[in-house]
Design a protein around this ligand. Sequence first.
Ligand SMILES: Nc1ncnc2c1ncn2[C@@H]1O[C@H](COP(=O)(O)OP(=O)(O)OP(=O)(O)O)[C@@H](O)[C@H]1O
Ligand SMILES: [Mg+2]
Length: 294
Amino acid sequence: MGESGCGKSTLLYAIAQLLNPPAWIAEGTVRFRGQDMVALGDEELRHWRWRECSVVMQSAMNALNPVLTVGAQLRDALQAHESLTSQKIQERSAEVMRLVGIDAVHLRSFPHQLSGGMRQRAMIAMALLFTPELVIMDEPTSALDVVAQRSLMLQIKDLQRRLGFAVLFVTHDMSLVSHFSDRLAVMYAGQVMELGLTRKVFDAPRHPYTVGLMQSFPSIAGERQELTGIPGSPPDLLKPPAGCRFHPRCPHVMTHCRTEEPAVVDVEGDLVRCHLYPDGQQSTVPLLSSVRPR
Ligand SMILES: Nc1ncnc2c1ncn2[C@@H]1O[C@H](COP(=O)(O)OP(=O)(O)OP(=O)(O)O)[C@@H](O)[C@H]1O
Ligand SMILES: [Mg+2]
């Protein structure tokens, strides 16, 4: 999670190796089952995508082709990666539609004949065609009402339990984060500022930015508290602030925050990028490092 424009979608695209020029990966690695994805060639990537990792894009419900039926789009995706008989294609398409709770008759429907939630689920069905190990979802439920949101997330969770894939998802919805995620990464100005077990980050946020985010939404339980939020707005990423990128908005700013970029440290199992934790162990797991202009 993180404010709009902080680079969440860009990070997901980088992980899936889907960045379009002029964007490129300047440094770092993306490890998937021990292999560095950044080093893979086009042919290997083509094989990896869909089969091992699939992506459900932001505003996925508008990503379906309006002039093809849902069935035709599933068939295209299947045929691009495997040679199957029409019978097998039909069976597999009906199967993934049922998985996401849509009746297989809708294989004959055009996207405009489905509701927004059904289109969203049809996109997820497409992502599950090859039962990948990792499904990347960029705000999978943001276009849905709260009831549909919850039911879709429960469905994803259930599918995950049955099929055993991992989900990496972006959301602005704190309640979805707290109910459906195991680990949480908080991004600010193109960097991951904090990464840890969701419960721990919620109970004891360490980075001042995370604390600010947590104070920006009301809690249902406990005493009534004034919402404070975070004054100011995120920086221009072409000219990020020197030192810690959050220092201009940070209530705990110290002199060296303005000049020295904090290292990522391990504070009792949570990774934090902040000078407030000088005694943390230097982390061996690099968080997304700064992307420098060419
Ligand atoms: N194709 C592009 N060309 C130029 N700049 C881009 C492009 N895509 C993204 N950016 C810039 O990169 C930054 C990060 O954008 P990104 O879409 O990753 O943010 P986000 O965290 O996903 O935001 P949101 O929550 O609104 O989806 C923004 O400043 C944006 O202007
Ligand atoms: Mg985005």
